[in-house]
Ligand binder design. Structure first.
Ligand SMILES: Cc1cc2nc3c(=O)[nH]c(=O)nc-3n(C[C@H](O)[C@H](O)[C@H](O)COP(=O)(O)OP(=O)(O)OC[C@H]3O[C@@H](n4cnc5c(N)ncnc54)[C@H](O)[C@@H]3O)c2cc1C
Length: 366
């Protein structure tokens, strides 16, 4: 369990001077709204004077869960991923803040390893902290036996989106939330996102789009397109993005692939005591995003063609993406893997390792 001490950091005045180059200084009165709960692509707010208050939705309603003083920053992992912000940030006392816009924050993280180490460590700890404390702006209401409720919860869990789920049969909370929003029982299941948005009987794709997991415009281009975000695809995304290439990695389900379902992987290099597949996927996802790779899912690739000098990837929903190189890491029956990434062997190595692992499983008596 993550402790309160692990979810905060105070920047020195020298560090604050450096951070000023990435944002704008604003003066605010106590009570001013700085970031709304559920905001997409949220800004990172650093307190320069006064303090900011953090409010989060909990099972007992909206609560003040913390405050940020001089040199401390407000924001959760969504300031990096662009997903919905888990909390509402308000000015707690008259003072000044440094507002770092989402795009500038990504530039800061990709280009400065000192700040990137601090932000990634604290933001990851905050996401864990809020999961355990039950803070979540995404609420699902629907019956336990409803297949679409399962599909929505599966999508949220695989993408690491903190959420709360209420079955109307389990108590009065669901009825209360529905009455507040004028929802009827025949409209279930519903997804409530942030302060105002309600999705009635959404498909996983609609839910993903509303959460900002798939905001890929038709015709998007990249240096490298990666099909499949299992360990192989994520490794290719990390290597390509860290070399400065623009990368879009997509997956028809969610990042993590088969490994994401494993309770403990003991033969992954660098983890002598093992690591859960879920944790491996979470770390690899953050690592790829830290270098600026864009991860989108659920999005299914249907076919690849040529478009002059470029590749054209056709998605199942009709969108087309263009790139100079495509890494196909959509195991198990991979037939084509054409890549012009700086080191294509790194992606291929993962695929070879999987094949070797399968062969060794077949050879090992159980
Ligand atoms: C329960 C379990 C336990 C395991 N334990 C271990 C272990 O302990 N040690 C070990 O070495 N290996 C283990 N493995 C195997 C390991 O997980 C795989 O070798 C590894 O995940 C392969 O990685 P990959 O990226 O090549 O493919 P995958 O993990 O299969 O990822 C492929 C991804 O591509 C996506 N995809 C497929 N088609 C498309 C498409 N058309 N468009 C977009 N996306 C697509 C899929 O959704 C998937 O996420 C385990 C596997 C399982 C299921």
């Amino acid at each position: 369990m993550v402790s309160r001490a692990e979810v905060n950091h105070t920047f020195t005045d020298e560090e604050l001077d450096e951070l000023r180059g990435f944002g704008t200084v604003e003066s605010h009165k106590a009570g001013d709204l700085l970031v709304e709960e559920g905001a997409m692509a949220p800004d990172c707010i650093v307190t320069l004077s006064g303090h900011t208050d953090i409010f989060a939705s909990t099972d007992e309603g909206r609560k003040r869960v913390g405050w940020m003083e001089h040199g401390q920053f407000a924001g959760d992992l969504s300031v990096l991923t662009g997903q919905r912000h888990l909390s509402r940030v308000e000015m707690g006392a008259d003072g000044e803040i440094l507002r770092i816009a989402h795009a500038d924050f990504q530039r800061l993280i990709a280009g400065n390893s000192h700040f990137s180490d601090i932000f990634i460590r604290i933001l990851s700890a905050r996401r864990e902290f809020s999961k355990h404390r039950g803070f979540a702006v995404t609420i699902i209401i629907g019956a336990a036996m409803d297949r679409s409720v399962y599909a929505m919860r599966d999508l949220l869990m695989k993408h690491g989106v903190a959420h709360r789920w209420f079955d109307p049969a389990d108590g009065p909370v669901a009825a209360h939330l529905m009455a507040e929003r004028g929802l009827r029982e025949d409209q279930l299941p519903v997804a409530i996102l942030g302060a105002a948005e309600v999705l009635v009987q959404p498909t996983p794709e609609q839910l993903a789009a509303a959460l900002g997991l798939d905001l890929l415009p038709d015709g998007a281009t990249a240096d490298v397109l990666v099909v499949g975000s299992g360990p192989g695809g994520l490794a290719a995304a990390v290597y390509a993005a860290s070399e400065g290439l623009t990368v879009i990695a997509l997956d028809s389900l969610a990042p993590g692939g088969q490994a994401g379902t494993s309770s403990k992987i003991e033969n992954y290099l660098g983890f002598p005591t093992g690591i859960s597949g879920n944790e491996l996927a979470r770390r690899a996802t953050v690592q790829a995003q830290k270098f600026g790779a864009r991860l989108v899912s659920p999005v299914r690739a249907a076919s690849i063609g040529r478009d002059g000098d470029a590749y054209c990837l056709h998605l199942a929903d009709g969108r087309k993406l263009r790139s100079r190189a495509v890494v196909v890491a959509s195991a198990p029956n991979i037939r084509a893997c054409r890549s012009r990434v700086s080191n294509p062997m790194k992606a291929a190595a993962s695929i070879m390792a999987r094949r070797r692992w399968k062969r060794s499983c077949a050879a090992t008596p159980r």
